[in-house]
Design a protein around this ligand. Structure first.
Ligand SMILES: [Fe+2]
Ligand SMILES: [Fe+2]
Length: 196
């Protein structure tokens, strides 16, 4: 009979290590999501914002901002862009043929949905429904990544302008963070295209 006593000891040690793991509660200044972990990740796992925006949860404040008419208009337009891009990524996800592209498009769809939700918080409205079955992409991977790249570019262009137009520091911060995040997505697509 095989001796499993060492295995049990091993699992015992493992669970022992897990008990002493000290989770901290971080909250993302951009999307408001909570992250539980020993340490901050490099980026918010939900919206992609840089780690500088992950704050100890007790320091988090809801974005209760008196919005100018211009910011309201821009935030509403930003939601439309995010919803449009989220549905696009779900479409590309549905057409994906490898585990890598499937995973990538699904995550991007969720990140853009998170952006739409974050922007809704600023407007104090319900988060929009994201239709996961819109046929707004190609059957072909390369065409989808190229299209995704121009969609990220379009979003960045809008958010740069919206950040400049924002008089409220928190709104400005939101749009600047979104520019950074969409620029990371654009870089990702550039890299993916090189491999095709
Ligand atoms: Fe976030
Ligand atoms: Fe986005």
């Amino acid at each position: 009979m095989e001796d499993h006593s060492n295995n049990y000891l091993y699992f015992g040690q493992l669970s022992g290590e897990r008990v002493i793991k000290m989770l901290k509660v971080y909250r993302c200044w951009i999307c408001g999501e909570t992250y539980l972990g020993e340490e901050k990740p490099k980026d918010c796992p939900y919206c992609g914002a840089d780690e500088e925006f992950l704050k100890p949860a007790e320091e988090y404040e809801y974005p209760e901002v008196d919005l100018t008419e211009k910011s309201k208009e821009n935030l509403e337009e930003a939601i439309e862009l995010e919803v449009d891009n989220a549905t696009y990524y779900y479409c590309a996800y549905n057409k994906a043929e490898t585990t890598k592209t499937e995973g990538m498009f699904k995550r991007l769809a969720k990140v853009e949905s998170e952006h739409a939700e974050a922007i809704s918080m600023f407007l104090d409205i319900e988060e929009p429904e994201i239709d996961k079955d819109v046929e707004n992409c190609s059957e072909e991977l390369k065409a989808n990544i190229e299209d995704a790249r121009s969609r990220e570019d379009r979003a960045m262009e809008h958010y740069r302008k919206f950040a400049e137009e924002a008089e409220e520091p928190r709104v400005q911060e939101l749009f600047e963070a979104l520019v950074e995040i969409e620029s990371d997505h654009l870089e990702l697509h550039e890299e993916e295209l090189k491999g095709l």
